[in-house]
Design a protein around this ligand. Structure first.
Ligand SMILES: [Zn+2]
Length: 43
């Protein structure tokens, strides 16, 4: 399963939910789930 959100900045999947956001453990980038779905549409 690929349930984890991939980081929109570095594309790593080493991420974790932090309240309403996700945080990337690799680069420290934080984003919201709504932003993620927008990025997936562009890709
Ligand atoms: Zn990242």
């Amino acid at each position: 399963m690929n349930a984890a959100s991939a980081c929109p900045q570095c594309s790593m999947e080493n991420t974790y939910p932090d309240g309403a956001r996700y945080v990337c453990a690799d680069c420290g980038h934080a984003w919201s789930e709504s932003a993620r779905s927008d990025i997936l549409k562009k890709a």
